[in-house]
Write a new protein. Structure first.
Length: 209
């Protein structure tokens, strides 16, 4: 199973490219490269998420888990200019590009942090313990359940009491079983939208999260 986009230092030779993210309310030009998730285009799941979620909180701390080169985090930042947005990823090449994309698109309220697979910061900087008022994520489903479940436990547990996460998951890659697992882990999850073979799951901490 190809997992290079979840590696801290992907071995794929560099081949820079540029993609466009065009939505009714924003237009971003994003630099990409090999060795990260969906380098040739903004993937359909990300587009479904960005076209389906409600508006983010206007202020507070917002998070993109598995930010890649930054489309979700930068959209969050554009839609909530009064908020502080953080994107996290294990892929150092992706994090560098996300930072460059923020600068190139004039987005000043987004930062990007390199993390280890367990969620610990992998470089100096302030902590990432939260709480976060919203999480938007296209999580790395293909890395396998143990890694995915650990990732979700870590970050969903950092939601604020009133916060909510919106996750996009392909239906045929286990969206419905993931929804059941989240509920069993104490993170109430409901299907907020369904389109083009993807589910948008709205997740809260619940009483045990």
């Amino acid at each position: 199973m190809a997992q290079h986009y979840f590696d801290s230092d992907p071995g794929a030779p560099s081949r820079p490219a540029t993609v466009a993210l065009v939505l009714p309310d924003l237009h971003l030009r994003l630099g990409t490269d090999r060795g990260m998730f969906s380098p040739d285009r903004v993937d359909l799941g990300t587009r479904v998420l960005l076209e389906s979620v409600p508006a983010p909180p206007r202020t507070g701390r917002l998070l993109d888990v598995g930010c890649g080169y930054g489309p979700i985090a930068l959209a969050l930042a554009r839609r909530a200019p009064g908020a502080s947005v953080t994107g996290v990823d294990v892929n150092a090449r992706a994090v560098r590009l996300a930072r460059a994309n923020a600068e190139a698109n004039g987005v000043s309220n987004a930062e990007f942090r390199l993390i280890a697979a367990d969620g610990a910061p992998a470089e100096p900087g302030p902590g990432l313990d939260g709480p976060f008022d919203a999480i938007w994520s296209n999580p790395p489903i293909r890395v396998g359940k143990p890694v995915l479940h650990g990732l979700l436990r870590t970050w969903l547990g950092r939601l604020s009491d009133e916060g909510a996460a919106h996750l996009v998951v392909q239906r045929n890659l286990g969206a419905d079983s993931l929804q059941r697992w989240l509920a069993a882990e104490g993170f109430p999850a409901e299907r907020a939208a369904s389109r083009a073979g993807f589910r948008i799951l709205r997740v809260t901490r619940g009483i045990n999260g």
